[in-house]
Design a protein around this ligand. Sequence first.
Ligand SMILES: Cc1cc2nc3c(=O)[nH]c(=O)nc-3n(C[C@H](O)[C@H](O)[C@H](O)COP(=O)(O)O)c2cc1C
Length: 187
Amino acid sequence: MTAALSLPLTSGLGLSASSAAAQQAPSRAAPLVVYFSRTGNTRVVAGQIRRAHGADLFEIEPAAPYPEDYEAVVRQAQAERDTGYRPPLRAMVADIRSYGVVFIGFPIWGMSTPPVIRSFLAGHDLSGKTLIPFVTHGGYGLGDSISVVAAHAPQSRLLEPFTMRADQERETLSQVSRWLGNTPIGR
Ligand SMILES: Cc1cc2nc3c(=O)[nH]c(=O)nc-3n(C[C@H](O)[C@H](O)[C@H](O)COP(=O)(O)O)c2cc1C
């Protein structure tokens, strides 16, 4: 990995000639599956892709975990999106250049990609690779997420995303709150 690639906050552009050559000849036949998941929906899809393709799996995690409380995460994610903040990641893929195909999975946050996805894309050189997004959302669709991916990986071959609605934490919380509010145990 070059110094530029190890920095999560760099743009990932400006390949040297030698790394460009390495990009053209990935040494692994198996794809890489990278994903971010807070409540597990996207993780299930990632596991299925891994099994189907004998792929390697990498979980994208922020260096500082998000709060457990849903409303607090929504607030933090919104602030990070509005300021364009790219949270540092817990780890990077050390040998990204050896993969030719990268599946990238995430939930929709605030009608966009979660901020860690921008960190991941900016911190890894994906030029020349085939990039296949898989996206889960709570019912409001892809938002601008695919154009964010395209803008952060302009030299990748971006394929059509797989996308599906998956259980939304917010719905679970409100249904359980209603039930708890009606539970006759006295407080
Ligand atoms: C901070 C936050 C923001 C979200 N924003 C949206 C949204 O804008 N549109 C939407 O359809 N779902 C939204 N969701 C719901 C998730 O995209 C959906 O539940 C997803 O499947 C969660 O995936 P995960 O279990 O892999 O974390 C949001 C969830 C969170 C936690």
